[in-house]
Design a protein around this ligand. Sequence first.
Ligand code: FAD
Length: 540
Amino acid sequence: MSHSAPTHWNQSWRKQSWSELESSAWDVIIVGGGITGAGIFREAVNAGLRTLLVEQHDFSFGTSSRSSKLVHGGMRYLRNRQFSVTRESVHERQWLLRAAPHLVTPLSFLLPHYNHYSVSRSALHTGIIIYDVMGRIWKHRSYKPQQIANAIPFLDQHGISGAFHYYDAEVDDSRLVLRLLREGAALGGTALNYAKVERFLRTRNGTVCGVQLRDFSDMEHRHTAAVQAAVVINASGPWSDELRAILNAPARLRKQRGSHLIFPHKIIPLQQAVTLYHPEDRRAMFALPWEGVTLIGTTDIDHAADLEAAQDEPCASQEEIQYLMQAARATFPDLDLTRDDILSTFAGIRPIINTGKALPSQESRAHLVWEEEGLLTITGGKLTVFRRMAWDVLQSVRSRLNGKPPFPTRKRFFNKLPVLPADLPMSHEDWFYLAGRYGSDTPHLIAAADTPDLTQIDPLPNLWAELRWAARSEAVVHLDDLLLRRVRLGLLLPDGARGILPRIRPLVQAELEWNDARWAQEVNIYHGIWERYYSPNPIG
Ligand code: FAD
């Protein structure tokens, strides 16, 4: 299939895909539609393998829509002496800035130093230098207190001794996953959401040779398929142990929750990110401008098994919100922040390999690949290093794959951006915004739009036209898929974007083939999800 032909991931595509599952000779089945699965998918397709990715819920439903949105080496991992994690990550950051421009964008960071810090200013400076050297850039600078006051007047200035300015990068994590999946699918891969692995198929000697799937895209959940493949890869992040439990394998993960608060940009008008240390326990945290809002995070606590069992999604606890508010108020005292200023919240679970460290934040962020009864599991790691993770897992099963392809394939993980058209019906800035997020689909998204929809959804960088395109072509099954993951309006606008639903409805309802009763039902369900897991006062 050519890069320019769009695949409309709609009802008929889903039906067709399901009808072909059992009869196809798959080389690889990937379980999990987060960033880990999406990276493996793209590289397996690059190698010419017949590749199927299945996701039990929506694409990026797991941790990959709930990260801190940073493409980074992690300065704080340097403090924990995880040098190889940092080195690999900054290398991948530099690659992603080149390979996925306008999706992965440079982010200017300020790291203030206060007299009361236990870590000295020169130690911070050394860390910044190591960070830049590892990334092979030399962009950091020192700021004097007056320069800091000019740059961020509402930052706490008491006892400030100076600051360092350096660069990292940020991303819309969900769109990163979607871009890899859509472009991989256009090259022949199949990626299905709402397709859950319920058990494994085994050969006579017990080796895993396929999966039993159930279709959760309709209300009945009756449709199942037994799908065979040469290799099955478990890329299910925080659910890795649950899948391995089907094989009676012992748990290996330490599930750690991280939560964030989102504020309107006008309340915390940051133009650059700030690294801060929590006033109580001195943990490193971030405040960053993202998609027209300001994000503050994150926490790092063990996620209790009873909570996991009771909730459909993780959410920020009252204690975490208080903890994050405490850091926000201490960092920006002049803004008089209150809980009423919070626009939304979200929480994700880190799939960390358990090594028994006392504090959750001391556990290594390195990823690991291992095999049990033919099932490959890859977990741990970070969003930033998904390419390395894909190479590692595919290389480890190379001998079992059709044609024994070598990894890395050296083929592109992202298609080149489409050519900027001469007769652009929007600003250059808006076009590049779309091109980063929709890649090869961008010309089709624009062609499908009515001219008034090629304008921004005030005060965000998003365009109305994204909604119609996502509804038509991006496998949206429920309204929360559209508003929380395809276009992040549920996080970025007050009340989960309730106020603009009347404008959204005519753009998407017919595309989704929903009658009025279904629309009303979806709105109801969406509000319930938003209130419970994403509102300023989530109730879990
Ligand atoms: P997931 O994204 O969770 O995907 C696994 C998928 O598998 C899920 O969608 C799930 O529904 C699916 N699944 C599970 N069981 C089944 C089944 N039976 N059948 C089919 N599908 C199934 N990294 C960074 O690089 N930068 C950051 O700024 C950053 N910030 C973070 C902040 C927080 C709070 C957290 C928690 C993590 C952060 N990370 C960050 C780490 C990063 O987000 C994760 O490492 C990464 O998203 C994990 O991706 P994954 O694909 O392995 O897991």
